[in-house]
Design a protein around this ligand. Structure first.
Ligand SMILES: [Zn+2]
Length: 628
């Protein structure tokens, strides 16, 4: 019996009909045997057919949802190989995101409004994902601006791993006084009167910044669950379908993993997460690792939530913080504890990931690995990798390859590129990290963001950086040979992560038998001008055959999440990443920037006028960075 045609396809009665067919698309499969297709058919969360529209027709039954992609680009779902997604989810709805905001003026307007809608006892938190380099004003807010925007509400603004700005109310709430001593590796800046000014500096460690943030109230358990769901949806907005969690400070196991585990149990994850375990307390690392080795196993879980190993921190003494405004940290003799930690992991079949920014650290780590390898303790198949590796040398890459390691790179220089250039020079930045040298050696290289506290979680900002070599300031950092073509960059953000979790046969390509994880993009990644790559979003994201994000012509295909709680949440008011319009032609981009700069300087002129430091009738003067 025939039924109504669906999107031009008359359903038949196939034995095993597809649940979902996406057709009339430009499908980039990432499969060299069939790089392009127009349709994908999905059943039970797995891809059953990839080919021309006609190839999927026999799989369309009366219950099949057929999605017409209207000729749009479809790519495999993105996989962020280094994302602090679990911690990000627990905090998401409490944080004001400056991600994507293009002027400090707008950022401060958001802050002012959020301060007004934040109840007593709560804080306004801006915790990374932005950099002064992205603002047309090219500067941080001043403490005076924070105090003016929020006279009574505590405000905490984290800028990368470099500094935090606190208004007076936050200094009071955090209990900082003239008598508070500077902690090791951090500086509480004091004014002429000896009182803390509100500026905290990572010198070079970020612990002072994070421990201050930890004094702000957290969400209750129910709100943490909802916050995480909203964060995962926000990631789905950009076509992200998988992430590898790098753990992090203030992410204790098992306490802080309970929320994602609960969501996995309920079947409510919309992002696949492979997670790592990170010892929290200096001096107790070996005890923590031992306890985990005794109680859990890498690989435990399922394709939605799985333990992938230890790291990105193994022992605190071995961690080299990447604060490029400060000299490279001089690490003490960390090798003996570090060797014990790695030995324990390797003896027990645990893989790990290891945070290491500088070649100086990587060389020392490799010497430990090579010693263990000589004892037969570095078998192939125990997955391990270096994270970051901005200044890794060719010689170290050879040693990593010889030991069967991988590298996970992030676009931290999108946000910190200017600081890196100032300290190490443009020639060093051109090779940071040396992508071409990694790929030429055949190393497994995965791409990520390192969000949420330094970089933004928007993977397209990272893809733009991989392709263009440009920071968010617009400055081109990477050498020509160190930039990737679009297909290769996308491979780092799809197959790259899949390789780090051993899932390369089922994830990262659109092939028959792969997980049905894909994104229909709002703009064609392979055709848009380079500058527009950073502005791409997904219009339809599918994970495991389930539609988890649907906008534009697909609006309504997925149910809304419960309203954000608490009501005063900055995300409820402003959303997450602040999308600007894609610049398109370079001239339009230029005009946009000029307009924004003019508006900013008019405002500054008014400010100067009010203080008698400008003459009425005279034009606005060039911006004076020292106007405080
Ligand atoms: Zn790291």
């Amino acid at each position: 019996m025939s039924t109504m045609p669906v999107a031009g396809v008359r359903p038949g009665t196939p034995e095993q009909p597809a649940d979902l067919v996406v057709r009339n698309a430009k499908v980039f499969t990432n499969d060299p045997r069939r790089p392009q297709a127009t349709a994908v058919a999905i059943r039970d969360g797995v891809i059953r057919a990839v080919g021309d529209d006609a190839d999927t027709v026999p799989l369309v039954g009366p219950g099949t949802r057929v999605v017409d992609a209207l000729g749009r680009r479809v790519v495999p779902g993105l996989n962020d190989a280094h994302l602090h997604v679990i911690r990000g989810g627990l905090n998401y709805v409490m944080e004001l995101r400056w991600d994507g905001v293009r002027s400090l003026r707008q950022a401060l307007a958001m802050l002012r409004e959020q301060a007004e809608r934040t109840p007593a006892g709560q804080w306004v938190r801006v915790v990374g994902g932005w950099s002064a380099d992205q603002f047309v004003e090219r500067r941080l807010p001043t403490l005076a601006e924070l105090n003016a925007a929020a006279p009574d509400t505590p405000v905490f603004v984290l800028h990368l791993y470099q500094s935090a700005l606190l208004n007076k109310a936050a200094l009071r709430a955090a209990g900082f006084t003239r008598d508070t001593p500077d902690p090791a590796g951090g500086q509480i800046v004091r004014g002429h009167d000896g009182e803390p000014t509100g500026l905290l500096i990572a010198a070079p460690g970020a612990l002072l910044l994070y421990s201050t943030l930890a004094k702000a109230p957290t969400l209750d358990e129910a709100d943490k669950v909802d916050s995480t769901r909203h964060f995962l949806r926000e990631l789905n907005r950009f076509g992200l379908t998988s992430a590898i969690d790098a753990a992090g400070g203030f992410q204790s196991f098992p306490e802080n993993y309970g929320t994602v585990m609960e969501l996995a149990r309920r079947g409510e994850l919309t992002l696949r997460i492979a997670y790592h375990l990170f010892p929290q307390t200096a001096g107790q690392e070996l005890d923590d690792l031992k306890r985990w080795i005794d109680t859990v196993r890498p690989g435990e879980g399922d394709e939605w939530l799985r333990l992938n190993g230890a790291g990105e921190n193994l022992t605190w003494a071995a961690a080299d913080f990447e604060n490029f405004t400060e000299p490279r940290p001089q690490l003490g003799a960390y090798e003996s504890e570090f060797e014990k930690a790695v030995r324990m992991l390797m003896e027990n079949g645990w893989g790990f990931r290891l945070h290491a920014t500088y070649d100086e650290t990587i060389r020392r780590d490799l010497a430990v690995f090579e010693k263990l390898a000589a004892e037969g303790l570095f078998p192939q198949g125990n997955r391990w990798l270096f994270d970051h590796a901005e200044t890794v040398s060719g010689e170290s890459l050879d040693r990593i390859a010889a030991l069967g390691g991988a590298v996970s790179v992030q676009n931290r220089l999108s946000f910190q590129g200017e600081a890196f250039v100032s300290r190490y020079g443009a020639a060093a930045a051109a090779e940071a990290p040396p992508l071409r040298a990694m790929l030429d050696r055949g190393l497994t290289v995965a791409g990520g963001t390192d969000a949420t506290r330094v970089s933004s979680y928007n993977p397209w900002v990272a893809l733009h950086w991989l392709v263009s070599g440009r920071a968010v300031s617009g400055r081109r950092l990477a050498a020509e040979h160190n930039r990737l073509d679009r297909a290769r960059a996308l491979e780092l953000f799809t197959l790259g992560g899949a390789r780090l979790t051993g899932e390369q046969d089922v994830k990262g390509r659109l092939t028959v038998g792969s997980y049905a994880d894909l994104a229909v993009l709002g703009a064609d990644y392979f055709a848009v001008p380079e500058a527009d790559i950073a502005h791409i979003e997904s219009v339809l994201t599918v994970v495991g055959g389930r539609i988890v994000h649907a906008v534009a012509e697909h609006e309504g295909l997925v149910a809304d999440l419960p309203a954000i709680s608490p009501e005063w949440s900055p995300v409820a008011r402003f959303g997450g990443y602040q999308a600007g319009s894609a610049p398109g032609l370079a001239g339009a981009q230029q005009a946009d920037r000029v307009l924004e700069a003019a508006a900013a300087s008019d405002e500054q002129f008014a400010w100067r006028l009010a203080r008698g430091s400008a003459v009425p009738g005279q034009s606005a003067l060039p911006q004076d960075p020292c106007f405080l």
